[in-house]
Design a binder for this molecule. Structure first.
Ligand SMILES: Nc1nc2c(ncn2[C@@H]2O[C@H](COP(=O)(O)OP(=O)(O)OP(=O)(O)O)[C@@H](O)[C@H]2O)c(=O)[nH]1
Length: 396
């Protein structure tokens, strides 16, 4: 729709037909204003679109908006003239500014009331304005937030003096309320978006920290804090898988219980801290000896459990022997003395054909068997590996 000519404008005499058109145009301007998307990034853009609806449906010559800043200055945010498109640049490089109370715009801001200059050429408030820049008539309307905080001042002008009528004034009173609501809503939406973004960032940080803690505690609950080896809990988790594979693929596995000999004597002679060092040294030596597919845990105290997966008994025995020898080569120096340790090892072999059908062996029973062999190794004089020899349980 094109702007109206002054002759057919609101409030001018022209009969019922013209009145209906005026009313239609007024409603169209308000409808267009109420349909604006208040989620746009740029406030000046939103205000300019709002002003465009006035220009489009009302025969104003120029509309502009002066935004109030924190310093109490009213600065020309944007403006639009009849010949301009709503997409043209918002304001000139150095925008016009007024103090609250200064000029007609400042008076609207200071009083909170609509200011109507019927004939600008004779209004003392325009004394300093160059004649060429003078409008004929002008209305300045303060625009408020929903909480009655001043946002800025809306200006409409026309080249003709005595142009605006009561109809214009009533329309502008409605219009500035909707504009105030629009700007308030946009600001609230932006504020909410900022809050949501900041809360989301906080939540993401919290989730990341919680996950780190979760991983830390999960790892702690599966690791022995002194030696860094996995612990008994991890063992029971993993052994299920190893036994399931044994049952499914008919592979052999070897379970070894390894115990440091006379460890109490080491503690008693050299102190508990030194005993700890020995445990750490033995644990890292064991770790170096095993494959990543094997299961090595500190089972408790000075006892370790090791499972060689997919390993027949002869190999398990040979690997166990090698480990025993390697541990006996370790040396510690304490108080001028050289300390060595030895290992006693009980070995239980689960042969490939040990569990016919779906019957899986009981892990605690397997450990008991390895423990029996270990007991035998201790009884035989320690520093040796003994294989558990119960034919029934091994399935031979
Ligand atoms: N330093 C230290 N000692 C531990 C730890 N856990 C258990 N022990 C000690 O390990 C010792 C084990 O002693 P015993 O069960 O009598 O066994 P042993 O002295 O090794 O004798 P045999 O097994 O019969 O050769 C005890 O003195 C425990 O206090 C630990 O984390 N650090």
């Amino acid at each position: 729709m094109t702007p109206q000519t002054p002759n057919a404008s609101i409030g001018q005499p022209g009969g019922v037909h013209d009145l209906v058109i005026d009313l239609f145009n007024a409603l169209s301007a308000i409808k267009q204003l109420s349909e604006l998307d208040c989620q746009v990034d740029d406030e000046a853009k939103l205000v300019k679109q709002a002003l465009a609806s006035l220009i489009q449906y009302q025969d104003m010559e120029r509309c502009s908006f002066f935004m109030l800043d924190d310093a109490g200055m009213l600065t020309n945010l944007t403006g639009i003239s009849v010949e301009e498109s709503p997409q043209s640049a918002a304001v000139r490089d150095k925008p016009l500014t007024f103090k609250v109370g200064e000029g007609v715009i400042g008076a609207a801001a200071a009083s909170g009331e609509l200011q109507h200059c019927r004939n600008c050429a004779e209004d003392p408030r325009f004394e300093k304005t160059a004649a060429a820049a003078l409008p004929g008539s002008l209305i300045s309307v303060p625009v408020f937030t929903l909480n009655r905080h001043l946002i800025g001042v809306l200006n409409v002008s026309h080249p003709q003096p005595f142009y605006f009528t009561d109809w214009h004034i009533r329309l502008l009173e409605v219009y500035k309320n909707i504009l105030g609501q629009l700007i308030t809503t946009r600001r609230l939406v932006r504020q909410m978006e900022r809050q949501i973004a900041s809360r989301t960032a906080e939540l993401e940080t919290l989730v990341a920290e919680t996950n780190q803690l979760k991983e830390h505690f999960a790892s702690m609950s599966m690791h022995d804090q002194l030696t860094g080896l996995h612990n008994r809990r991890f063992f029971y988790d993993q052994v299920e898988i190893a036994i399931a594979q044994h049952a499914r693929y008919h592979t052999s596995l070897c379970l070894l219980v390894l115990d440091i000999d006379h460890f109490k004597v080491i503690n008693d002679r050299f102190g508990h801290l030194f005993g700890d060092q020995v445990l750490v040294g033995v644990a890292s030596a064991l770790k170096r000896q095993v494959r990543s597919t094997d299961i090595l845990v500190r089972f408790g105290g000075e006892e370790f459990v090791l499972i060689f997966t997919n390993t027949p008994c002869d190999n398990g025995k040979a690997f166990g022997e090698r480990i025993r020898q390697e541990i006996s080569k370790l040396e510690w120096n304490v108080g001028g003395e050289t300390v060595n340790v030895t290992l006693s090892i009980g070995l239980f072999c689960l042969n490939a054909d040990a569990c016919p059908g779906s019957l899986a062996p009981d892990i605690d029973e397997m450990i008991n068997c390895a423990d029996t062999a270990l007991y035998q190794a201790k009884a035989n004089g320690r520093d040796q590996l003994v294989v558990f020899e119960d034919q029934r349980l091994r399935g031979d």
